[in-house]
Design a protein around this ligand. Structure first.
Ligand code: PLP
Length: 396
């Protein structure tokens, strides 16, 4: 039966890792997959996570199934982290939520839930957006359209075009927004721009769907949720998909959150039953481990403050790597102004170079980055920044 299936090419981003591994150049540089790396190129287990693992190991006394929604302490801890502990929607019991297998799992079950609301629903995503948004949402059967977002020629957000487009969106359509650290561009909305997006949502009646996978990697844990909190405080319905892969370094444990702000407790209960039912029909219930660790960290003041300082370290390191690359490029006489890299947030930057230049970086200089010119800033180090800047100058 399987002979009818065609061979598919490797996933464009995951395929880069495979190509990087096969490259025998000892000076190769990996700026592909979005995984945090330290100066030695390692993705360490955070200290707060190591301590939480010890606590979990000492206390876990069963491997029986967990509840359908996941670890409740995890869900509550994450909702407080994202919305703030005193958020009206939380106090008024208007938020439904389940632990999900990663941010991807959250995006997918929320998309499946949306098809139950309206199978002909349109979801608007930024142009560009993270490549996996399209299959995660589109494969659930929803129609995907794009709104203008990033001006590659000028390395900035096309806000006027974005707002023109969103103002035409139909009532009830869903608009996917990146909570912070936009993937792939690193270009985030300002507070004023979030305010404008809120006003357009109020006028048109579109429902925001906020994907927040990098809380703490932009300007800070509190600063990065400005937009989510603004919309959640002022709109009756907001959908949220969050991930603990990056800020807790729990990539392989697959831990995320799918949440919905609803207008009242009754709708909260309905959406809670529906999202659990969606998950039951796909994977039944989420794995416990990652959520149990985050539950321990967020609910233990000492571990939480250790984790917060580790997030700060990662953020500050990435900010300094941006500055280091920009300075090196100036020093080496790059013919293009890359100072915009310093303004971009989080793990990614769009270098705004052509696909041909990206090909040359990969094939002639063993510098691996996504075809769109997205680089993982955390892949830069003191050891490789010279070679990276030389390669960039050479392909410009
Ligand atoms: N959303 C965005 C924008 C991402 O970049 C990612 C991961 O790269 C995710 C969601 C989901 O991450 P995960 O499923 O690993 O938690």
């Amino acid at each position: 039966m399987f002979e009818v299936l065609p061979q598919l090419p490797a996933d464009p981003i995951l395929g880069l890792s495979a190509a990087y591994k096969q490259d025998t150049n000892p000076h190769k540089i990996d700026l592909g997959v979005g995984v945090y790396k330290d100066e030695q190129g390692r993705t360490p287990i955070l200290q707060a996570v190591q301590k939480a693992q010890q606590i979990l190991l000492a206390n876990e006394d069963s491997k029986t199934y967990i509840t359908q929604q996941g670890v409740q302490g995890y869900i509550d801890g994450m909702l407080s982290l994202i919305l703030g502990a005193g958020h009206p929607a939380l106090l008024e019991n208007r938020v439904s939520g389940v632990q999900a297998p990663g941010g991807c799992g959250a995006l997918r079950i929320l998309a499946e839930l949306l098809t139950r609301c309206d199978k002909d629903l349109t979801v608007w995503v930024s142009d560009p957006t993270w490549a996996n948004h399209i299959p995660l949402i589109g494969n659930a059967g929803l129609t995907i359209k794009t709104y203008p977002y990033f001006d590659k020629a000028n390395a900035c957000i096309k806000f006027d075009q974005m707002t023109d487009c969103l103002s035409q969106v139909k009532k009830g359509d869903v608009v996917l927004l990146h909570g912070c650290c936009h993937n792939p561009t690193g270009a985030d909305l300002t507070h004023e721009q979030w305010q404008t997006v809120l006003e357009i949502a109020q006028q048109t009646g579109f429902v925001p769907f906020i994907d927040i996978a990098y809380q703490g990697f932009g300007d800070g844990l509190e600063e990065d949720v400005y937009g989510v909190r603004l919309l959640a405080a002022n709109l009756p319905e907001v959908i949220i998909a969050a991930s603990c892969s990056k800020n807790f370094g729990l990539y392989r444990e697959r831990v995320g959150l799918a949440a919905m702000i609803t207008p009242n407790t009754q709708t909260r209960d309905i959406t809670q039953s529906q999202i659990q039912n969606v998950a039951r029909g796909i994977y039944s219930m989420p794995p416990s481990y990652g959520g149990a660790l985050v539950d321990i960290i967020l609910n233990d003041p000492e571990l939480k403050s250790l984790w917060m300082s580790e997030v700060t370290d990662m953020r500050v390191r990435m900010q300094s790597l941006r500055a280091m690359l920009v300075n090196k490029l100036v020093e080496k006489g790059a013919s293009k102004d890359f100072s915009f890299v310093n303004q971009q947030k989080g793990m990614f930057s769009f270098l705004c170079i052509s696909p041909e230049q990206v090909d040359k970086l990969i094939n002639e200089h063993s510098v691996y980055l996504v075809g769109s010119s997205r680089v993982n800033i955390a892949g830069i180090s003191n050891q490789n920044v010279d070679a990276l800047a030389d390669a960039l100058v050479a392909v410009l």
